[in-house]
Ligand binder design. Sequence first.
Ligand SMILES: Cc1cc2nc3c(=O)[nH]c(=O)nc-3n(C[C@H](O)[C@H](O)[C@H](O)COP(=O)(O)O)c2cc1C
Length: 212
Amino acid sequence: MVDKGALDLSDVGGLSRGELLADPVDLLRQWLDRATAAGVRDANAMSLATCDSEGQPHCRMVLLKQLDANGLGFFTNKNSNKGEQLRANARAAATFWWVEPEARQVRIEGVVRELPEADAQAYFSSRSRLAQLCSAASPQSQVVKDRAELEGLVVALDAQFGDGDISRPAHWGGFALLPERVEFWQERRGRLHDRFQYRLDAGAWRIDRLAP
Ligand SMILES: Cc1cc2nc3c(=O)[nH]c(=O)nc-3n(C[C@H](O)[C@H](O)[C@H](O)COP(=O)(O)O)c2cc1C
């Protein structure tokens, strides 16, 4: 007989029902702030999954730049693969994962809407001139011959604008993922992790614990 010892499922941390907030966007903001305060680099980076017209999922990282009642806002080239996929199927999923100060994951699924032009302009204007030039010049997701072609596009645009401000191209803008389901996951001992799911049910958030 092997001496198993007493079964111990207790550990520090964990996520309890009492810590949940009524609105998952508020809890996401709290978790983001905590990861940022812990010094996690690019704590606002999230994987964003979209589907093409054949049902093939595509996933890539983007940076969360707005978080409010309109959902999770990010900025991109609207002519990119993700932009085309979102035009054809305005549904997406996003995942955050931070390892500090606690190992936590948040998953969001829902519908996507374009952000107003004013939001796109405000964010574009806040970026460095170099970032404005590069994002305006790059035909995101298109095949390019080589690095020289890409740099040539940036140099040509720089010359075009001279000393003036860089105009935001019409195809550069933002989308917001409006959550319909949000799941908060927190690591626990023995992989008996805590999971809570928020689901929109007749306009109100219904919260359930899920098995890990
Ligand atoms: C950490 C990280 C953050 C990124 N943030 C953005 C972003 O906010 N917007 C964007 O268009 N691309 C961002 N990218 C690049 C995308 O992952 C991707 O390469 C690009 O958007 C083209 O994707 P698509 O061809 O599927 O449209 C980021 C990449 C990384 C690794």
